[in-house]
Design a protein around this ligand. Structure first.
Ligand code: PLP
Length: 398
């Protein structure tokens, strides 16, 4: 072995990042898990809050904070409120919020048509922790308020239900909750802050699956939680850090990139959705179309109050016939992904009977307004004429 080789500088020593007197215009990606401090005093100062800094990525990192501040702006989170924080998924956002608020013996009341995993959390996982739960119909405020119990601590609502697109009567429910000291948590994933201003409408906690419209490209899984009360926010963050709900810096960086085009994507997808809904309604193979801007929507009386003209990108419809017709329709679609997600730049189609609602019997689905031919469309930003002609051609074939 030559001396020269022994003198090779160690490859495990890291080097200083090259200096530049000009600045990068893009938010840097910081994947570092650990942060080195100059002295124990300096580290102490950070933990005591006298100095701003990061220590360990599970407890927080700059890319998550940049993303959280941007979503705070969209959601109207003010400095007096609890700043939002990012979690590794929408489900982690809901979990952190519930764990931060509730303990064994408390009761959580949820809408009866929540996102499938939220329903599972309420019906199975929270009871395992000793947290009581029940469900009620949030389109009927009186019935929902009647389900509030003396130990109810938290109510979980979605603005628009999946996949039947029913609108919860949030203002009436929030009044009833606040009169009894119950916190209201809104899952604003479907409607986004562009469609519904949850804090302005009295919500105490707002959560998002950032995975969907906010990030918008089906390439990250992330969540967001914000609260009106800073102390409650701190309690939730402690749970998120302890239970390990922290997000990856790269995912946060990608989501921030997606967020810059969020408003453009949302407006375009919404415009497309309204046109597609009307086109579907004129087709003889379609039995029924659900879209909030249409006067035949079952909660049309609440639409202008709650959403204004921001009626979103989600359209549901019922195809006449059974499995033979649904297979023929999906098989004939060329560019539209048959995939159980939403909020992607491209239009995606989901069939609840074989995906999100497959655990229910056909009768139970029917009772919720979902026959075999029920489809949910997450409309994307494509050329709308192309979109309508693809749907029309596939429907013509049925
Ligand atoms: C997708 C979704 C969730 C869960 O989000 P993940 O990021 O998949 O964990 C929660 N609520 C709603 C309404 C959703 O659409």
């Amino acid at each position: 072995m030559s001396d020269k080789r022994l003198n090779t500088p160690s490859m495990v020593r890291r080097m200083a990042f090259p200096q530049s007197s000009s600045r990068a215009v893009v938010t840097p990606l910081q994947p570092s898990v650990v942060y080195a401090s100059d002295t124990p005093d300096a580290l102490d100062a950070q933990y005591l809050g006298g100095a701003q800094g990061y220590t360990y990525a599970r407890e927080g990192h700059p890319n998550a904070d940049v993303l959280a501040r941007k979503i705070d702006q969209l959601e109207g989170v003010t400095p007096q409120m609890g700043a939002g924080f990012i979690t590794s998924s929408g489900m982690a956002a809901i979990s952190a919020a519930i764990l931060g608020v509730c303990k064994a013996g408390d009761h959580v009341l949820g809408g009866d048509q929540l996102y499938g995993r939220s329903l599972r959390m309420l019906s199975q996982d929270l009871p395992d922790l000793g947290i009581e739960t029940s469900l009620a119909d949030p389109t009927d405020a009186a019935a929902f308020a009647a389900a509030i119990q003396p130990n109810t601590r938290l109510v979980l609502l979605e603005v628009m239900s999946n996949p039947t697109l029913r609108l919860s009567d949030i203002s009436a429910i929030t009044k009833a909750c606040h009169a009894r000291g119950v916190l209201v948590m809104i899952d604003n994933t479907f409607t986004t802050p562009r469609g519904y201003r949850a804090f302005d409408n009295g919500a105490d906690i707002v959560i998002h699956s950032v995975t969907k419209l906010l990030a918008g490209h089906s390439d990250v899984t992330l969540g967001y939680t914000a609260t009106r009360d800073p102390a409650l926010r701190d309690a939730m963050v402690v749970k998120a850090v302890t239970w390990g709900f922290t997000p990856s810096p790269f995912d946060c960086w990608l989501a921030e990139r997606g967020l810059y085009s969020f408003e453009l994507r949302y407006d375009r997808a919404q415009e497309n959705a309204a046109k597609l809904a009307d086109a579907l309604a004129t087709h003889s193979a379609v039995e029924k179309v659900l879209y909030p801007a249409r006067t035949d929507h079952p909660d049309h009386n609440r639409v202008s109050d709650m959403l204004g003209d921001q009626t979103g990108n989600m359209v549901s419809f019922v195809l006449r016939g059974g499995r033979e017709q649904t297979n023929a329709f999906v098989g004939a679609l060329e560019h539209i992904a048959f995939a159980p997600t939403l909020g992607d730049i491209g239009t995606t189609l989901s069939h609840p009977a074989t995906s999100s609602h497959r655990a229910l019997s056909a009768e139970a689905r029917l009772a919720l307004g979902m026959p075999e031919g029920f489809f949910r469309v997450s409309v994307g930003v494509e050329d709308v004429d192309m979109l309508i002609s693809e749907f029309t051609a596939a429907l013509d074939g049925v």
